[in-house]
Unconditional design. Structure first.
Lengths: 155, 105
């Protein structure tokens, strides 16, 4: 065998639906290949592991050209919710798990889940605000220690 | 295409060891494929997963993903990774003589 990837550390830094899923898929896919994986949630990405918020992650309907929806329309009250529900429905039909279910599964695969200390402090959160699967709140330095010897993926 | 010998029979495999012709597989080949894949012993729980993979593949034409295994095989995700640390769906598919799963989730 020649070169293989043995470990990845995925950073999830944004809090919209379309920006959380890719990092989750990268981490879950790594574990499925037998690759060690860590997930580090920082800044608005923390919402993905926030007990109160993780089931209410929204699709961004403003400044999202991929949606092919005029920005002025996307900014109307309720449009983001409707589009989010539509997207969730489409993803459900494609058998893609919801964010809470997906994160629970990823934790079960043995991936390490971590929260960013700077973000937790900034948003005045504690570990109790985050789902139990989050192992610890770590600093950026500790993140690099955990990521040592592997690849880092920033999303 | 590489040829391997399991349980005294010649089988065609892909570069990464997955069976090209699932019908060339037989149960007595499984322990040897497992050992090669880093699973030293096939317990009853391993067999539950391997048999489920094969049954699903033969029924649907697709090799199940870890998620489907966790939902439908009777073995939860956490245990799947204890049984097959280097990738449950991937290794169980190899041991079951079926193609590598191609699901992204």
């Amino acid at each position: 065998m020649d070169k293989t990837i043995e470990k990845v550390s995925v950073i999830i830094s944004k809090g919209s639906l379309a920006e959380i899923y890719p990092g989750l898929i990268m981490a879950n896919g790594a574990r499925a290949e037998g690759i060690e994986a860590n997930l580090f949630f920082t800044f608005f990405g923390l919402d993905a592991v926030n007990k109160k918020r993780q089931a209410h992650i929204k699709l961004s309907t403003v400044g999202n050209p991929g949606l092919h929806l005029a920005t002025w329309l996307g900014s109307f009250p309720g449009v983001s919710s409707v589009m989010t529900r539509y997207m969730e429905h489409t993803m459900g039909a494609a058998d893609i798990p919801s964010i809470p279910e997906f994160i629970e599964m990823i934790a079960d695969t043995g991936a390490g889940l971590y929260g960013c200390k700077a973000s937790v402090d900034l948003f005045k959160l504690t570990k109790d605000d985050l789902i139990d699967q989050v192992e610890e709140i770590i600093t950026v330095g500790e993140f690099y220690e955990k990521a040592a010897g592997g690849q880092i993926i920033f999303t | 295409m590489p040829v391997k010998s399991y349980a005294g029979a010649q089988v065609d495999v892909e570069e990464d060891g997955f069976f090209v012709h699932p019908e060339q597989w037989s149960q007595d080949m499984a322990p040897e494929i497992a050992r090669e894949s880093g699973v030293p012993e096939l317990t009853e729980r391993h067999w539950e997963v391997v048999s489920f993979m094969r049954k699903e593949y033969l029924a649907s034409g697709d090799s199940p993903s870890v998620r489907l295994l966790g939902k439908a095989s009777g073995v939860p995700v956490k245990e799947l990774y204890q049984l097959f640390p280097k990738g449950p769906a991937k290794l169980a598919a190899k041991i079951a003589g079926i193609p590598k799963p191609r699901s992204c989730i």
